[in-house]
Design a protein around this ligand. Structure first.
Ligand code: FAD
Length: 465
């Protein structure tokens, strides 16, 4: 990026909102993967017009542009792998409108997920997508990744709440997609195309979101078990009886990592834990929880049941669950964190495979996750400075992915592909499917300037089909 380009960028966003000093660039060089790629400049636009001007400049020059929210992504989507400009949307953080009567919010991309949830709550409404990073990730990043969280088992993921978008295309054109009504089928569903597109097709500058009525009550139950097989086996049985708003599990290693944060001592035989929540009508929730407790007690399979006595105790349980990702680094300095999904009934097979891989390859692997929707976080722990261990971790990842596909699952439920899974895309998608996706990318971004190097492997090898 030459001085003329830098000067033009400064002209667009103002000197205060363009970063070029090495120490400032460093702050935008990494994300949740802990990998680092230094951009050549960082621009923090304050409006859609500024985003448009930047994209016009980028396509005319050309230079690479990498949209970025909070940089919490787990697959390297916000990393400037080809240099160029990081377009940080954090200043565009207004909740433009909260239309309570129609249960709709219109927001800029830099709004923090938690801020929207709080604002919706003030109007008696609820924005369900709740990634564990909700206190700091942005709605723009959530839309670009189609983020999900524990509540997805009942409420679905980000795509289920995006009604419409405003998007700046790589050449600077501005389009709007979707509706702000409950229904709408005019033309192709471009909204759904942009959701989960990982910042490769356009820069999202405005988002119209569906809200729902806030549940009146919630109850939280901790279920302790002496085996992982029992825990995963119970998941389908619970779902056959109640629709919880959360059904999470932790394996033994995961429990050990956060045991000191749990608000109660665990029996020493504890090997697995389920966290089950039901929400809804004030009168219905205690009844649903009582049915669930009765069922679980009658199975004779649980070590202990503990219902949170108040919201503070429930929050303490969740704080422990959210602390799991960072706590993993007690095991090894680096982590390969996968978010695979399998049909619920196949969770036991997947967990057994992860355990077998840990044993065979002598590498720490632990699992936890959204058991209710089959979305399992498999964490392969390693020290990247040890090449031999790094190779074993890589092997574990590939064998895991092959097993996931064999179980009719998918490589990613919420973190996307980015750079960390790009090489494995052909395991799941056929050559023709990938080619169609690449044609779409070329249609929106013929100059390949927007977030290059993401999703697609550099040269797609033929699928083994
Ligand atoms: C501790 C921790 C827990 C997490 N838990 C979860 C979880 O439970 N569920 C889950 O789904 N994810 C989770 N994540 C991953 C991450 O928080 C989500 O992917 C989140 O949606 C990323 O938002 P962000 O603002 O940080 O986006 P970034 O990381 O900055 O960007 C992510 C992607 O979005 C693109 N992007 C960002 N803004 C825009 C925009 N305005 N227009 C176009 N593209 C854009 C970027 O180019 C990039 O490809 C977790 C991460 C951490 C660190």
């Amino acid at each position: 990026m030459d001085r003329k380009t830098i000067a033009a960028l400064r002209q667009i966003v103002g000197a205060d909102h363009l970063r070029t000093a090495p120490e400032e660039l460093r702050c935008y060089s990494y994300d949740g993967t802990a990998r680092e790629f230094l951009p050549e400049a960082v621009a923090l636009p304050g409006s859609t017009d500024e985003v448009r001007a930047i994209m016009q400049l980028a396509s005319a020059t050309p230079f690479a542009v990498v949209p970025r929210g909070a940089g919490t992504g787990m697959t390297g989507g916000a990393l400037a792998v080809a240099g160029g400009l990081v377009l940080a949307l954090n200043r565009m953080n207004r909740i433009i409108e909260l239309d309570a009567a129609n249960q709709v919010a219109v927001v800029e991309p830099g709004v923090i997920n938690g801020a929207l949830r709080d604002e919706a709550a003030r109007h008696g409404l609820f924005y369900p997508p709740d990634p564990a990073s909700y206190k700091f990730c942005t709605i723009g990043g959530n839309v670009a990744e189609c983020a999900g969280g524990p509540s997805a088992v009942k409420y679905g993921v980000t795509r289920d709440y995006v009604l419409g978008l405003e998007v700046v295309l790589p050449d600077g054109r501005l389009i709007t997609t979707g509706v702000r009504t409950a229904k709408g089928v005019v033309g192709y569903d471009l909204t759904r195309l942009f959701v989960g597109s990982e910042g490769t097709l356009g820069v999202i500058t405005k988002i119209i979101l569906r809200l729902v009525a806030r549940p009146q009550a919630k109850a939280t139950l901790l279920v302790l078990l002496d085996s992982m097989a029992r825990a995963t086996g119970l998941v389908t049985e619970i779902l056959a009886r109640e629709l919880p708003c959360t059904l999470e599990y932790l394996d033994h290693t995961a429990i050990t990592l956060v045991a000191d944060r749990l608000p109660l001592p665990l029996p020493p035989e504890t090997r697995a834990l389920l966290l089950v929540e039901v929400d809804g009508d004030r009168d219905a929730v205690p009844l649903a929880m009582a049915r669930l407790r009765d069922f679980l007690a009658a199975t004779g399979q649980v070590l202990a049941l503990r219902e949170a006595s108040d919201p503070d105790e429930a929050e303490a349980l969740w704080a422990a669950r959210r602390a799991l990702s960072p706590a993993a680094f007690k095991l090894r300095p680096h982590k390969v964190s996968e978010d695979v999904v399998v049909p619920r009934s196949r969770i036991p097979e997947l967990v057994a495979k992860a355990e077998a891989l840990a044993e065979e390859l002598a590498i720490p692997i632990f699992t936890f996750g959204h058991a209710g929707d089959g979305n399992i976080h498999v964490n392969i722990m390693l020290d990247r400075t040890n090449p031999e261990e790094a190779a074993r971790a890589q092997q574990a990842k590939e064998l895991l992915f092959r097993q996931v596909v064999a179980l009719q699952g998918t490589l990613s439920g919420e973190h996307g592909i980015g750079i960390t899974k790009a090489a494995y895309l052909p395991l799941e998608l056929s050559r023709d499917t990938i080619a169609v996706m690449q044609s779409l990318k070329a249609l929106f971004d013929p100059g390949q300037i927007l977030n290059p190097g993401k999703i697609f492997p550099p040269a797609v090898p033929p699928k083994n089909d």
